[in-house]
Ligand binder design. Structure first.
Ligand code: C2E
Ligand code: MG
Ligand code: MG
Length: 662
């Protein structure tokens, strides 16, 4: 109820009498309040009518004043009618309040009105009957109060109904009521004044109750509005989106359509934020919300979080509309050429599923767009569906996989460049899944990192490696120093160094058998935390681990990493050896890296060695160790042992050189 309505006389009257439109939510609340009153009151009426019938039985039936069953029902018929209708309204009310009525909810006003009319009819007839016998008209007044309490309608209807019914009753008393002798009766002036006063007070009470209910409903509506609106953009939030989507999906199902979920992303929004500060970024988000709502009028549209928005549409031309949104955003910021809009889409064919299921898939399609510079729209397809279910499987089953032993360690040999004897091996994870078969780390490692669960797998690998070394030590088999891959997240998600120490203590492993590999690209966030971890690995109380920098040269921060961290060995990324055969630059770069590492007192290992030519070149260039398919792919430890046995891999007789420079 806007304050504008109260500002002039007309506004005041409209407000006072209730001539305005309420939002459906408020109407619903008011109706529910009526149904609630009706439920409570009919429960009381049921008890009262049962008491009346029992009273009749005690006073008339038992003393034998009533001759037959027919006579009994004839005298108690009004009570039975009232009882029956009260039970009906009571059951309806309970089901309504429990939300079990579906479309029958709309019947509430009709039912209550019928009940109202019946109650008034009963009150008038009984009132006239009592009056004709010289008794008070209390029954009419009671019934009038009773029915007005369950029908707290807008002020004007309350005034009209109470006034109209009140006037009708007085007219009937004064014109249609006769005593036993057939004389016309009239209401005395004193009673009339009391009667009118009663009606006025009843009107005031009902109107007061109405306004109280109205203001409660309005407050709850406003709270609800806050709960379903996105603070910043003013468009709905995801809670509202999911509610609206449910209704929209149901409607589409009835129309035989499949709605389309679209997820919009403002690409490079971070850069925009950096340039225009958060206030500028906020403005852009508000603008984006408006553009979306106007491109998809009347359809669910919401801000998910950050710069991600969701839309659900039945429009056939959804692609054109999405392109229009993109065009409008870019046209509004012609100088910000980096700014773009990307859209992931998913067509929902199963209307029984949760809207979040569809939004997740549309977002999955959106993610695939990040690597596709020139595309802006991508719909979720079969291949994505397979990738997605594989990813979900990985995330949902990592604990089982660890527990059930689906995670296996494969070992790839590492050779001394100097004499090509076995220097050690790298532990690489494999997931042999009963449902999806053999999974490569390229699939599950990034997924587990994204889902922040990588530490579970890594811990399992460290444990297996330590157990393997212990077994070899116990059985007098050759023990190979093994390097293990540590993800950046391992240091965030667990006390990686502490866990490693525990395993080393548990299996009693000399630390020179374990090396820690940290990927160059891992060193982006929390540099200080990683530095602390590296120094803990180096400064262990009972000997220290060698820490290796994996995939050196693959990222953008290579040189800084060398400056900031104290690594023992540099693993040169296998990219440098690609096309190495006819690329002089690659050779020069590799030589430079090896020399640089030497100057910084770091050892070197080159990954991806696949040819004899590469071996010869790397040895010549002074690289310390070699790893690659030329010597063998990752394999189970037993196979390495077998190859040592058959002489394919030779072991050095000399003791291992120190991994860390003193
Ligand atoms: P990485 O640590 O750089 O491991 C070397 C990868 O290169 C391995 O792939 C290996 O099979 C492959 N490779 C070795 N020699 C050659 C070669 O001559 N040619 C070619 N083309 N490839 C070669 P893989 O096993 O698929 O592992 C991929 C990446 O997954 C690893 O790269 C590592 O970053 C990650 N990863 C593997 N196991 C684990 C693990 O247990 N924990 C963590 N956090 N990451 C792991
Ligand atoms: Mg590695
Ligand atoms: Mg590597």
């Amino acid at each position: 109820m806007g304050d504008a309505r109260k500002k002039n006389l007309w506004g005041f009257l409209r407000y006072g009498l209730g001539f305005y439109r309420n939002p459906p939510y408020i109407e619903d609340q008011l109706r529910e309040a009526d149904v609630r009153s009706a439920t409570y009151l009919t429960a009381v009426v049921c008890l009262v009518e049962i008491a009346m019938i029992l009273r009749y039985v005690r006073n008339w039936v038992l003393p034998g004043k009533v001759a037959s069953v027919g006579e009994f029902f004839h005298y108690t018929s009004a009570y039975w009618w009232l009882l029956g209708s009260a039970v009906l309204i009571l059951v309806y009310g309970v089901l309504y309040l429990k939300g079990k009525l579906g479309r029958l909810r709309r019947l509430s006003s009709v039912l209550i009105f019928l009940y109202f009319a019946f109650g008034i009819y009963f009150g008038i007839t009984t009132g006239m009957h009592d009056f004709s016998r010289g008794r008070m008209i209390l029954c009419f007044l009671t019934m009038l109060m009773y029915v007005t309490v369950i029908c707290v309608w807008r002020p004007f209807s309350s005034v009209v109904l109470i006034g109209g019914i009140g006037w009708l009753f007085v007219w009937l008393l004064n014109n249609r009521t006769f005593d036993k002798a057939g004389n016309q009766l009239t209401l005395s002036e004193g009673d009339f004044i009391n009667y009118v006063t009663f009606l006025i007070i009843l009107c005031i009470l009902v109107i007061a109750v109405y306004f109280q209910r109205y203001s409660d409903a309005k407050k709850s509506w406003e709270l609800r509005k806050i709960a379903v609106t996105d603070d910043l953009t003013g468009i709905p939030n995801m809670r509202k989106f999911n509610e609206d989507a449910r209704a929209c999906m149901e409607k589409s199902r009835l129309d035989g359509k499949y709605p389309m979920f679209l997820v919009f992303d403002l690409a490079n929004f971070q850069t925009y934020n950096d340039r225009f500060d958060y206030a500028g970024g906020d403005k852009l988000l508000i603008e984006m919300g408006k553009i979306l709502v106007s491109a998809f009028p009347g359809e669910p549209a919401a801000r998910q979080f950050g710069d991600i928005f969701s839309v659900l549409t039945n429009a056939e031309d959804y692609l054109d509309r999405a392109a229009r949104v993109r065009g409008q955003v870019r046209a509004a910021h012609p100088t910000e050429t980096y700014l773009d809009v990307k859209v992931g889409a998913y067509r929902m064919k199963d209307s029984t599923r949760d809207a979040r299921h569809a939004v997740d898939r549309a977002r999955h399609a959106l993610k695939q767009l990040h690597d596709r510079e020139d595309e802006f729209f991508l719909e979720y397809d079969e291949q994505m569906s397979r990738d997605y279910s594989l990813k979900q499987h990985v995330l949902n089953n990592v604990d089982d996989a660890v527990r059930e032993g689906y995670i296996k360690v494969y070992y790839q040999p590492v050779m001394w460049a100097e004499d090509e004897t076995l220097a050690g091996c790298e532990a690489l994870a494999r997931w042999i899944d009963p449902k999806f078969g053999f999974l490569s780390p390229g699939v599950f490692i990034p997924t587990l990192e994204e889902g922040r669960q990588i530490h579970k797998l890594d811990l399992c690998i460290y444990d297996s490696v330590c157990r393997q070394i212990r077994e070899c030590l116990d059985q007098g088999l050759p023990v190979l120093p093994t390097s293990m891959n540590f993800s950046r997240l391992d240091f965030e998600l667990m006390d990686a160094v502490g866990e490693l120490e525990k395993l080393v203590a548990k299996y009693q492993i000399p630390k020179e058998y374990l090396h820690v590999e940290i990927t160059e690209s891992a060193i982006t966030n929390d540099v200080d935390g990683l530095k602390r971890a590296v120094s803990r690995l180096h400064d262990g109380r009972y000997g220290s681990y060698a820490v290796w920098l994996d995939d050196f040269g693959s990222g953008y921060s290579s040189m800084n990493v060398l400056k900031d961290f104290d690594f023992d060995l540099l693993k040169i990324d296998m990219e440098f050896l690609k096309n190495f055969h006819n690329n002089q630059s690659s050779r020069k770069i590799i030589s430079c890296i090896i020399n640089l590492a030497g100057d910084l007192h770091m050892r070197t290992l080159c990954e991806g060695v696949e040819t004899r030519e590469a071996v010869d070149f790397l040895r010549e260039a002074g690289c310390g160790r070699l790893q690659g398919y030329y010597y063998g792919k990752p394999m189970p430890y037993e196979e390495i042992l077998a190859r040592i046995q058959d002489g394919t891999y030779k072991l050095r007789s000399a003791p291992l050189p120190a991994e860390r420079e003193a």
